[in-house]
Write a protein that binds this ligand. Structure first.
Ligand code: WTA
Length: 662
């Protein structure tokens, strides 16, 4: 890689670590066997067509892949279907209406159990209610909800009428919500009075009110679920209680059959510029691949498994592996509203024990946090129901992998380390639990029907363990269909680094066994606790503060969160800055004010772990900030050769500042 390109940050694990083959009993009962690789390799398109036919189509497709407008690929283009019909009604029609779909656990101790038949009614009623509020096929609906069953119902109701949903994570600020509502031109927002987090009711509706007060939106109505019973401000012509319109609506609803390429949803994610990207997904291809991967990667046996994915619906993992994948497969799943340590650090394990969870899917950052809390916390619960464990969102270091398998999996469960992205829509690289001998720290092999390579700078595949760029060299059904409203950015971001090939933005290496090891992002995207954050977005939040003249943000490695946000700021001098604190603790006050400013602009997850006030930033002679050097400083590494800097004394000063506690 060229020296001035960001380098991968993580390089955990070795090729010759021990492997963990599935037990013969597990392999014998597995939902998919080794033959699936051969079938997919022999006829890739035929394989995906076969997977697509596990869904119910109102109009069957005859075209599998349409590449006439590549890279805007189309899949199953002449077929028609409906996502909510496939996720819910189909199971009721097949006689599984009494099967539990959702085992919901509120943070405050409440719980609800919703069968497929009940879910079908709820979704149909909500779809009728949305229609009566003026939402039509193709209109966009923003969803800003806590982890409550209505979140699932709301997403499926949108899908039922062909209105793409845009779920905005409940931890994002009013500003972030506003820009997403504007970009998608959403006409309706679904929210709640609040939700429970860390033992207290945390309000949500005020952020919607603030976002809409900023103006410019096309929002006609706000549909509000009552969850906490807290006081809410009310705009009578605009705001509507969910309980006033949904339960009263008819449970009869004919789904809107849409073309396979009809956009199912938009989900905003961070890119390398300040503006989040509205990744949008299709219906037919996305459903095909989420259902296949959910069944194959987690070895789902829907009649007996109790599945639990801990992701929030505000992230792609919540879309593909809480809502669509599991429901398409008729799974019974747990949904938990709150935080893992409320009211005690064993809460997750108590839930596993209570519901007899068999498949658990979570993020390395959560596993590392549990490691810190100690093995005796999970040790106090009966976790013997667990039989498959999954990991997603960031590289999992072998130490955490091994701990996960021992402390949670009783030294018995296969672990699937699943690599994918908001853009890929579904899991792309992962072991299959009944087939693959797992190698801790490696996501291992492309799934059947997926073609991935590690490429060198010139675009040639690497097979000898050297670091390179991860690329997906053939289209896949759940691939993003674009960036909402910005086809040029879609082409530039993903398809220009290696022409005709999807560039993932991740560094990787491929070992002699052909296993892929992910090395972290190679662009200016950070990964904090498995959440994607953009350095540019946080920098622009910082410089929007009147005290800040310039800012540079880097992701520094962090033992628990994978990466942490570290910011370097130059303060503004001059007469116009009158309200800046002075005196002994001025720096601390400035740092505290800037952290909360970032929290307000983006959301608490984007608050820098540390902010360093500096006099200068290291820049090349052409004026480009050398983030690599800042990362070296933030990770307490020797910065080495700084002769390309315009002012080589700068780094010494910054390092002295870093040595002081922030
Ligand atoms: C990272 C989350 C290593 C990667 C599903 C990717 C991973 C980004 C893994 C996408 C994994 C995700 N091993 N890295 N198993 N899974 N990543 O869009 O850098 O929130 O590009 O999707 O997370 O994050 P996103």
């Amino acid at each position: 890689m060229p020296a001035d390109e960001p380098q991968p940050t993580t390089d955990h694990g070795t090729t010759d670590s021990p492997t963990y083959p599935p037990s013969p009993e597990f392999a014998a009962a597995a939902a998919v066997g080794a033959d699936v690789y051969d079938r997919a390799a022999a006829d890739r398109l035929g394989f995906w067509a076969e997977q697509a036919r596990t869904l119910e189509w109102e109009t069957p497709f005859s075209t599998v892949l349409d590449d006439s407008e590549a890279p805007r690929y189309g899949w199953f283009t002449d077929g028609r279907l409906n996502a909510s019909h496939n996720a819910v009604d189909r199971h009721v029609a097949a006689g599984h209406g009494d099967r539990v779909a959702l085992l919901w656990e509120g943070e405050d101790g409440g719980s609800r159990r919703i069968t497929y038949a009940e879910l079908a009614d709820d979704v149909a009623r909500a779809a009728n209610a949305l229609t009566s509020l003026g939402v039509g096929t193709g209109d966009r609906v923003a969803i800003y909800l806590p982890m409550i069953p209505e979140a699932v119902v709301a997403m499926l109701a949108c899908a039922r009428i062909g209105a793409p949903h845009s779920v905005v994570f409940g931890g994002f600020s009013a500003d972030a919500l506003h820009s997403r509502i504007l970009d998608a031109e959403a006409t309706l927002v679904i929210t709640a009075d609040g939700g429970y987090r860390r033992g207290a009711a945390s309000p949500l509706k005020p952020a919607v009110d603030d976002a809409l007060a900023k103006g410019g939106t096309a929002v006609a109505h706000v549909l509000v679920v009552r969850r906490t019973g807290g006081e809410v401000a009310w705009t009578p012509e605009r705001d509507v209680w969910w309980h006033d319109v949904v339960p009263q609506a008819s449970a009869e609803h004919e789904p809107v059959w849409v073309e396979a390429e009809h956009p199912l949803f938009i989900l905003y994610t961070s890119g390398t510029t300040g503006k989040p990207k509205g990744i949008f997904h299709s219906t037919g291809g996305y459903l095909t691949q989420t259902s296949f991967t959910h069944r194959a990667v987690f070895d789902l046996h829907p009649e007996t498994d109790v599945y639990w994915c801990t992701a929030d619906i505000g992230w792609i993992t919540g879309h593909s592996y809480v809502v669509y994948g599991p429901l398409l497969n008729g799974a019974t799943q747990v949904i938990y509203e709150g935080t893992p340590d409320t009211p005690h650090r064993g809460r997750w394990w108590e839930i596993v024990q209570k519901y007899g969870v068999t498949i658990l899917y979570t993020a390395p950052t959560a596993i590392r946090t549990c490691m810190k809390w100690g093995e005796d916390v999970p040790g106090g619960f009966d976790l013997s129901s667990l039989r498959v464990l999954g990991s997603v969102g960031e590289p999992i270091n072998p130490e955490a992998w091994t701990w996960y398998r021992r402390a949670i999996g009783g030294d018995r469960t296969p672990i699937v380390d699943t690599w994918w992205q908001t853009e890929t829509g579904a899991i792309m690289i992962s072991p299959l639990p009944g087939v693959t001998a797992a190698k801790p720290g490696s996501a291992q092999v492309p799934l059947p029907g997926v073609v991935a390579e590690v490429l060198d700078d010139a675009g040639a595949p690497i097979h000898d363990d050297r670091a390179g760029y991860l690329a997906l060299t053939e289209p896949w059904p759940a691939m993003l269909r674009g960036i909402w409203g910005d086809p040029q950015r879609f082409a530039d971001t993903y398809w220009s680094r290696f022409p005709g090939v999807y560039f993932a933005g991740d560094g990787a290496r491929r070992d002699a066994d052909g296993d892929i090891w992910l090395l972290g992002r190679v662009d200016d995207v950070m990964n904090v606790s498995g959440h994607r954050l953009s350095t540019a977005e946080i920098e622009s939040a910082l410089v929007s503060h009147p005290w800040v003249a310039e800012a540079a943000v880097v992701g520094a490695s962090d033992e628990t969160t994978g990466q942490a946000v570290v910011a370097f700021v130059i303060l503004r001098d001059g007469e116009e800055v009158t309200d800046r604190p002075s005196g002994d603790d001025a720096d601390e006050q400035v740092v505290a004010a800037l952290r909360s400013h970032v929290g307000a602009a983006i959301g608490p997850i984007a608050k820098p772990r540390s902010i360093l006030v500096v006099a200068e930033l290291p820049k090349t002679r052409s004026g480009k900030i050398m983030r690599r050097l800042l990362r070296d400083v933030a990770e307490h590494r020797d910065v080495g050769d700084v002769t390309t800097l315009a002012d080589s004394g700068v780094m010494g000063l910054i390092q002295q500042g870093m040595a002081k506690p922030a």
